[in-house]
Design a binder for this molecule. Sequence first.
Ligand SMILES: Nc1nc2c(ncn2[C@@H]2O[C@H](COP(=O)(O)OP(=O)(O)OP(=O)(O)O)[C@@H](O)[C@H]2O)c(=O)[nH]1
Length: 349
Amino acid sequence: MDRRRRDDLPAAPGGLGVRQVVARLRENFRLAIISLLGVTTAVALGGFMVWRLTRGDWMAAGFDGLVMLGILAVVGLAWREGRTELAGTLMVVCNSLFCAAAWSVVGAAANGWVYVALMTNFYIARTRVAVWASVFLLAASMAALVTGDGPYHLSTPVTWLLIFAFSYAFSRRVSAHSDSLEQRANRDPLTQMPNRGALETCLESIVRRRRRGTSGLLILDIDRFKLVNDEFGHPAGDRVLLALADVLREELRQGDSVFRFGGEEFVLVLPSGSEATLAAAGERLREAVAARVAGPAGPITVSIGGAMYCGELDWQDWFARADASLYLSKRAGRNRVHVAHALEEPVAI
Ligand SMILES: Nc1nc2c(ncn2[C@@H]2O[C@H](COP(=O)(O)OP(=O)(O)OP(=O)(O)O)[C@@H](O)[C@H]2O)c(=O)[nH]1
């Protein structure tokens, strides 16, 4: 177990610093697109609102203001709660409803917004949601166009349909591509377990909710793994890692998650209620590994360190407590479980 590795853990992208904001935008494409679309649309609508106010067009200005607030609320939800899928769905539903409603407020001037919504729906929500919202918008807009006062050209609904079809086809292609990239980025190629990147995302989301005492973390480290590699070769070491991964998967209970953190270390995140239940889970895992994972020279054992989430602001602080427990397990002779005592005082939020 190389203890120096802990120093290079990156800062949690949960705060408000510019670097954290940029990191979250880089990591999460949907959050980036929701923010970009939300902010630019709100700015554009804000401009229209001011212009309409100067002309005394109160109803249209009020409508712009309402749409603007709705969009900003959805962007806020994506940032605060991190629930970008829900935020994307809400934004698509809002955009389509507001576009459809705009026909009755500003008439044919709503035409241009239909293109924007038809195109962006597919970038911010799941394809199924985007399709239904866009079909609704198309139907409402076509009905408004046909029943409206002004003359219209057939090219308007035809180009809407083209935009809809191209956006659908393009988004299917992009999401297939990004799913496979995400899969590759978040999976350990040897064990096919979620990797350290996926663990960080999981821990960040727990820390963001700030629910003290509801989740526990266990770090498992194979004992004297270097000897297996040195004496029997790297392929033998890999077989041990695969066998261990199988046992950990089999031992998972509902709500538990397991990750390969790196090297010979695995991390479990459990919806645990107390230190005692976390320690019991650790003990169950330790026994399962000792009984069922065979190395080339005999049984394989693991040392385990655990810690309950105690309201830390950064997941690194929580992780460090589990890591310190792992160190104590190793120091006490290996093949042991140690769970950190809960922090007495909740961390100030
Ligand atoms: N086969 C294989 N070995 C790996 C992999 N990743 C890391 N290792 C090996 O894991 C070993 C870790 O060794 P140490 O950090 O010294 O730990 P240890 O021998 O388990 O000793 P303690 O943790 O103190 O019990 C090194 O030999 C690494 O080469 C991998 O993917 N496959």
